[in-house]
Design a protein around this ligand. Structure first.
Ligand code: G4P
Length: 528
């Protein structure tokens, strides 16, 4: 198929590629499902969403995820809203998987940030806001669970401003306090939506629009309060400004009850009307690579064992430019080797369908992509490479050993595989030997994933021996030669060959830095 620039632009303009992110339990899965419900991709909630003891969500396929009720790996849901297409990329909520979340956020154009009305800004919310800032991602904020008693609406707005520096631009405002939700005021039209709830929120909620006069007559006090509060914010300069939203200076704000799917229709409508569409992406040199250029794609996630029957390996790629056609032979920029794309699929939880054509913003699963790693680029025609991921500095270290001496081969293969997928970082040293790799994690729960995956995918049990390190710094070969002589740090090599120095704590690092200031400069944004 010959696609011209006009067609590529049209397709890109009709796409929204987003992630829903939050501190765990704020309602990420519930909201994702409510979005599907309102787009008519599903007709009944509960079919998709579920935690421990409930039916599995489309995004939770690993046993561990189901057992613990957390989402470890990211799935991609594509659905249509009218003629437009939404690619909703799921992210793990738990802080231990923040490196994975960071990678996923490289694949989206905007995020929906959920805040629990009762809990306000939580630890992971703050981290995620920081990641969005680093990634220059516009943020739509949703204050969720308004059906339950929680904080005051104005206080929440204030908290967002003081903690993130971003002013909120309310796109709806609650009529009634949290836990006593009567409906939502729409500041632009000064009307109210009252909702006819479906039992348990399983079906799409119906909005009943009320004029200001009717709202005032029916809910004199609550309507007045809502009008006053929302106009207070406008006086405070919090009127809607799309440029400020796209420049991450301000965040459009919605109040919602995801579980009753209230406020979701407005959110989806806003996303389609105002949300950013795919645009030029910076290449490794920092130059913009236009969406109308030849085909290019960016791998942000590699996952094995999604399909238990096949145990295959699937690489998720976001299309950055041009048109992707199944069967095309792309080039893997990191190796300059050809990469055939015969098996390209769209993954909807456990379900898969073959993808024949995909456009900028779409996410395609490439099956049996054993040579691809997160951060890799595929292109056709003009050569391009997007910036690779810089690994997070791990803070937890354990020596991994096979529990069964006869399974050395499986053990090695499994560890190598999980390293390639970015599940864990793997380090070696001559002193420790190849059979005793050091595994480095940003959060300890990653070790549980390693253990579960090694057992289920490679039939090799792993035992861990904790190491008393909490700080890692990438170094060069000269520094490695000098630091290897010291007793207060250990030099290992990451599997990509980069030497890394490990320290028990930031104070040990400081001591070594004092002795060799030029060897260990602090990376930008370093917390130690
Ligand atoms: P997560 O993906 O961010 O971790 O959160 P998830 O959607 O799984 O929601 C966490 C809990 O919060 C769930 O309750 C869910 O039903 C509830 N929840 C989500 N949105 C709302 C909302 O708008 N209002 C209220 N009241 N609750 C909400 P759970 O107890 O873990 O499970 P269950 O009650 O669904 O069985």
């Amino acid at each position: 198929m010959e696609a011209d620039n006009k067609q590529i632009l049209e397709e890109a303009l009709s796409r929204r590629t987003i992630a829903v992110i939050s501190h765990p339990d704020a309602g990420k899965s519930t909201l994702s499902e409510a979005l599907l419900l309102h787009s008519d991709a599903i007709t009944e909630a509960g079919a998709v969403h579920g935690k421990a003891g409930r039916r599995g969500t489309v995004s939770d396929w690993m046993d561990m995820e189901k057992a613990r009720g957390i989402s470890v790996s990211s799935a991609v849901l594509q659905f249509k809203v009218g003629d437009a297409v939404v690619n909703l990329v799921d992210t793990p909520g738990h802080a231990d998987f923040s490196e994975d979340t960071f990678r996923v956020l490289a694949a989206v154009d905007a995020v929906i940030m959920l805040i629990d009305a009762a809990k306000g800004m939580e630890a992971q919310t703050m981290k995620l806001f920081e990641v969005c800032r680093a990634r220059k991602l516009p943020v739509i904020t949703v204050i969720n669970k308004w059906d339950r008693p929680g904080q005051d609406a104005l206080e929440l707005v204030d908290e967002i401003l003081t903690r993130t520096g971003m002013r909120s631009m309310p796109r709806n405002w609650p009529v009634g306090d949290s836990g006593h939700m009567l409906g939502l005021l729409h500041p632009d039209a000064m009307t109210m939506n009252r909702y006819v709830r479906a039992p348990g929120g399983a079906k799409k909620v119906l909005a009943e629009p009320l004029s200001a006069e009717v709202a005032e007559t029916e809910y004199p006090e609550d309507w007045q309060t809502a009008v006053e509060e929302s106009s207070l914010l406008e006086v405070d300069d919090q009127f809607y400004d799309r440029e400020a939203f796209l420049a991450q200076e301000a965040t459009p704000l919605f109040f919602a009850s995801a579980v009753q799917n209230i406020g979701v229709e407005e959110l989806l409508h806003f996303l389609m009307k105002e949300g950013p569409h795919p645009q030029a992406r910076e290449d490794a040199e920092g130059a913009p690579y236009e969406i109308t250029s030849d085909f290019s794609g960016y791998v942000f996630k590699v996952q094995t064992g999604m399909d238990k029957a096949h145990r295959d390996r699937i690489a998720f790629m976001r299309i950055c430019s041009g048109v992707f056609e199944r069967g095309m032979v792309a080039t893997h920029a990191q190796s300059e080797k050809p990469f055939p794309t015969k098996y390209s699929q769209q993954v909807f939880g456990r379900d898969r369908t073959t993808v024949d054509t995909a456009w900028p913003g779409d996410v395609v699963g490439l099956v049996n992509a054993s040579s691809l790693r997160p951060g890799d680029t595929l292109y056709a025609g003009q050569r391009v490479m997007f910036p690779p991921f810089k690994p997070f500095a791990p803070e937890h270290f354990r020596v991994g050993k096979t529990g069964d001496a006869s399974k050395h081969k499986q053990f090695r293969k499994g560890i190598e595989q999980l390293d390639r997928e970015g599940v864990i970082q793997v380090f070696f040293s001559e002193r420790r030997g190849q059979q005793r790799p050091v595994l480095g994690a940003v959060g300890p729960m990653q070790f549980e994933v390693v253990s579960a995956r090694m057992e289920s995918d490679f039939g090799a049990s792993v035992s861990f021996e904790p190491l008393d390190y909490s700080v890692a710094r990438d170094i060069d070969d000269d520094a490695a030669d000098i630091l290897r002589e010291r007793q207060d740090c250990e030099v290992l090599y990451r599997s990509d060959g980069t030497p890394v120095a490990l320290f028990r704590d930031p104070w040990r690092l400081r001591t070594v830095q004092r002795d060799h200031p030029h060897l260990l400069p602090d990376p930008p944004g370093s917390r130690t």
